[in-house]
Write a protein that binds this ligand. Structure first.
Ligand code: SF4
Length: 437
């Protein structure tokens, strides 16, 4: 009997998905490319819980006592730091990867919620500039769409060194998304696959980064905050070097962060999760006596107000959302089911941004598909979602007795797993044990 059962069992090392991928690779000879972030389970904010007030702490009354959510970014050197009403920003996503309506909707939503949105590889569109009260302009290795005038039109500059989905790698934009407008902005041929560089052409290390930041400050008259964004791999050293190079704000993007298109092997196997990345970055800032002087923005897998509150409790000043903002726009919503089916997927499982055939009009340049996304309505959904994230974070902060979300601290947290306790440096629930301490 036992032998029979074993014979019917699959192989632990070769589950169905692995067999299918080996056979797909054998049939085609090409690696798998897809969008969004890691599918695998990694230690995350889900492995932490808050210790709400009881006898030893008292909570704040939700309907009577205020709990602040504002944050100032970039006061270290910039003459005009950015002031956000909420500690949640919209991450950089390129025009090209997303359609113009999606970019406009993100700007509308962020503006209504009192926060900023960010450009991406490929430059700044007029739609997003005109609908974003606060717009962060990314300077990327590819320099696609790079324009000094746009640096001056922006409210902050983000030097992108890496991205959580692919630290050490560049992105891709497949030919089917390179329309005349996208090609024109990037000075590339129409309809040809494009690969973004992984390294800035004019610097090779931290000393050059310092020079680059100085240049950007001079171009923008020292007005704009300069962010440095890194993919989480060695966040302690990267944060310390970014601070030394003169960054006003450091953005650390964990491996759950999404992308429009890159190799699946990159998304699943390169970089570290957001949870340990936050503590490493905070440790670097604290050791340099720069915590709260240089702000830390954390991104990669932020979905709820609980995630926001946990990131802040671990020492971040704000968080950034990308995939979740796309989902608020309608990504993976059960609409146009036949189009999901034609892509070989279904709502809730789609990661086909690279194809340009987005069923809900978010990640596409096809005018017919793009028309499915109304930027006004989608902008309202983004604003609603940002509002809920903030209300949830405030609810948790009040329950911990805090009058500002930034007053949350590691002491308010416990871990549900040994791994999370070690990574977040908070005690395992019900004990005083922090592994390694
Ligand atoms: S629904 Fe659109 S935006 Fe969402 S994963 Fe699929 S293709 Fe990408």
């Amino acid at each position: 009997m036992a032998q029979d059962r074993r014979r019917r069992q699959g192989f632990a090392a070769f589950p169905d998905a692995v067999i299918a991928e080996i056979q797909r690779a054998a049939d085609t000879g090409v690696y798998d490319i897809r969008g969004l972030g890691a599918r695998r389970h990694v230690p995350s904010f889900d492995d932490l819980v808050f210790l709400g007030a009881s006898v030893s702490r008292y909570p704040l009354e939700g309907y009577r006592e205020a709990c602040g959510t504002n944050v100032v970014l970039g006061a270290r050197y910039a003459k005009k730091p950015i002031e956000l009403k909420i500690p949640v920003t919209i991450a950089g996503m390129s025009f090209g990867a997303l359609g113009a309506n999606a970019k406009e909707a993100l700007g509308r939503g962020a503006t209504a919620a009192g926060t900023s949105t960010t450009t991406g590889d490929g430059g700044m569109t007029n739609e997003e500039r005109s609908h974003s009260k606060l717009l962060v302009y990314q300077v990327l290795p590819s320099r696609y769409g790079m324009n000094p005038d746009d640096l001056r039109r922006a409210d902050a500059i983000e030097v992108v060194v890496g991205q959580g989905a692919k630290p050490g790698g560049g992105g891709m934009l497949l030919g089917q998304k390179i329309t005349e407008r996208v090609a024109g902005m990037r000075t590339l041929p129409v309809g040809i696959d494009q690969r973004s560089a992984c390294r800035h052409p004019d610097w090779t290390g931290p000393d050059d980064l310092e020079i680059k930041i100085q240049e950007l400050r001079e171009i923008t008259d020292w007005e704009k905050p300069i962010y440095v964004k890194v993919g989480a791999a060695r966040p302690y050293y990267d944060t310390a070097l970014a601070v030394k190079a003169g960054a006003d704000v450091v953005v650390v993007d964990g491996m759950q962060g999404g992308t429009a298109a890159t190799q699946d092997v990159f998304i699943e196997h390169v970089g570290i999760p957001t949870l340990p990345a936050v503590r490493e970055a905070v440790r670097a800032l604290q050791e340099l006596d720069m915590h709260r002087t240089v702000q830390l923005i954390v991104s990669g897998g932020i979905r709820s107000g609980a995630d926001v509150a946990k990131a802040l409790a671990l020492g971040a000043d704000a968080v950034s959302i990308g995939s979740a903002a796309m989902i608020a726009l309608n990504c993976n919503r059960p609409l146009y089911l036949e189009d999901y089916e034609a892509l070989g997927t279904e709502p809730g499982k789609c990661a086909h941004c690279h194809t340009g055939r987005c069923p809900v009009g978010v990640a596409t340049q096809n005018p017919e598909l793009e028309a499915r996304l109304d930027p006004v309505m989608a902008g309202r959904r983004v604003a609603n979602y940002l509002k809920v994230l903030t209300l949830e974070a405030q609810t948790i902060a009040r329950a911990c007795g805090k009058s500002h979300v930034h007053n949350l601290e590691p002491e308010d947290l416990a871990a549900l797993t040994v791994e999370a306790a070690a990574m977040a440096e908070v005690p395992l629930a019900g004990t005083r044990w922090i592994p390694g301490k």
